[in-house]
Design a protein around this ligand. Structure first.
Ligand code: FO1
Length: 304
C-alpha cells in the first residue's frame, strides 16, 4: 500500500500512472481541500474532482479541470442574469457539485461523498480528502486578502503574494482513513504539486507533518519545478515571492526533514549535488508526464 499527498493536475497524472504499476486499491490519494469553496450555495472541491475525473478518464485535458464533452448553457444563462459566472462550472460538472452539496446537507462527510463519486465512476484508487473539516488557503497580497479561487481564477494569480495562511488548519481533524493510510503505507509520495498551495495545506493539518518526519525514510517527493519553472500554475513565482529559490533545490529545502528521496528532472541533473540536506537521495529522471510512457517511467522511478 502507498499514499500520495496530492494537489491537482500533476498529482492526478502521477496517480493514473501509478495505478498502471500497482493495484489501484493499494493506492491512497490524500488530497488537498484548501481550494474548496462554496459558490451558488454549492460545495466545490477542485482537487478532489480533478483527481476523480482524471482517474475515471473523464477529465477535460484541454482545460486541465472539469469534465470532457462539457457544455456551458447554465453558465451562459447565469451570465444573462448577472450572476457570478467567472468561476466556470460546466453543465456536467454541476451535477457533481449538486450531488455533493445535497449529500453534505444530508449529513454525509466529504470522505463519504468522494467514496460514492469514485464508486459511481469506477475509480478504485482510494481518493481521501485530507480532512472533512473546512479549511481555506488564503492569500495576503498587494490587492488585500484573497480566497484561493479569487487569487487563482478571478485574478489569474497575477498578483504579488506577501503571505499564505491555511484558515482552519489548526482546528481541522485529519480523518481516520488518512491517518491509517499514512501509518500503513510502505511508501509516502509527495506528488509534483505546488508545494505552497497544494501540499502545504495538507502538511499543516494535525499530525501529518509529524508522521512524515517519523517516516522520513519512506517519504519520496517529486519536484514540480523543472529548470526553474513550474509546468503549470504559479509555483515558481510563489516560491520566489515567499523567499524560496524557484528551483528543485528550493523545493527540496521546503520539504527539509520530511523526505529521504527526491526526484528531479534530467534538465536539473547538475543541481543534484547542491540539494542541500546531505541525507536526501536524489533520483534524476523525466518528471514531465507529457505522454503515458513518460508517466510510466516516473511512476517506476518513484516505486523503485
Ligand atoms: N480554473 C480556472 O482557471 N478557471 C475556471 O473557471 C475554473 C473553474 C473550475 C470549476 C471547477 C473545478 O473543479 C475547477 C475549476 N478551475 C478553474 C480549476 C481550479 O481553480 C483549480 O483546479 C484548483 O483550484 C487549483 O488546482
Amino acid at each position: 500500500m502507498i499514499s500520495v499527498l496530492s494537489g491537482g493536475v500533476g498529482a492526478a497524472r502521477l496517480l493514473r500512472a501509478l495505478s498502471a504499476e500497482i493495484a489501484p486499491q493499494d493506492i491512497n490519494a490524500i488530497v488537498n481541500v484548501g481550494d474548496d469553496l462554496v459558490l451558488h450555495g454549492l460545495t466545490i472541491c477542485p482537487d478532489l474532482d480533478t483527481i476523480t475525473y482524471t482517474l475515471a478518464g473523464l477529465n477535460n485535458e484541454t482545460l486541465g479541470w472539469g469534465l470532457n464533452g462539457e457544455s456551458w448553457r447554465v453558465m451562459d444563462e447565469l451570465e444573462t442574469l448577472g450572476g457570478a459566472s467567472w468561476f466556470r462550472l460546466g453543465d456536467r460538472d454541476l451535477a457533481t457539485h449538486l450531488y455533493r452539496s445535497q449529500r453534505l446537507l444530508e449529513g454525509a462527510t466529504k470522505t463519504d461523498v468522494t467514496r460514492e463519486l469514485c464508486e459511481r465512476h469506477g475509480v478504485q484508487v482510494r481518493v481521501l480528502p485530507a480532512t472533512n473539516d473546512d479549511v481555506a488557503t488564503i492569500f495576503e497580497t498587494e490587492r488585500g486578502r484573497l480566497s484561493f479561487q479569487d487569487y487563482f481564477v478571478r485574478l489569474r494569480h497575477d498578483v504579488k503574494v506577501e503571505s499564505i495562511s491555511i484558515q482552519g488548519a489548526s482546528t481541522a481533524t485529519v480523518t481516520k482513513e488518512v491517518l491509517d493510510a499514512l501509518h500503513e503505507s510502505s511508501r509516502i509520495i509527495i506528488a509534483p504539486s505546488n508545494p505552497l498551495i497544494s501540499i502545504d495545506p495538507i502538511l499543516q493539518l494535525g499530525e501529518i507533518k509529524d508522521i512524515l518526519r517519523e517516516r522520513r525514510r519512506d517519504v519520496i517527493a517529486i519536484s514540480p519545478i523543472i529548470d526553474g519553472a513550474a509546468l503549470k500554475g504559479p509555483a515558481d513565482r510563489l516560491m520566489r515571492e515567499l523567499g524560496y529559490e524557484a528551483t528543485c533545490v528550493g523545493v527540496a529545502d521546503f520539504y527539509e526533514g520530511l523526505i529521504a528521496t527526491f526526484v528531479i528532472d534530467e534538465r536539473d541533473a547538475a543541481l543534484a549535488a547542491s540539494i542541500s540536506s546531505n541525507d536526501v537521495d536524489v533520483r534524476v529522471t523525466t518528471t514531465i508526464m507529457q505522454d503515458p510512457l513518460d508517466a510510466q517511467r516516473l511512476a517506476r522511478a518513484v516505486l523503485a
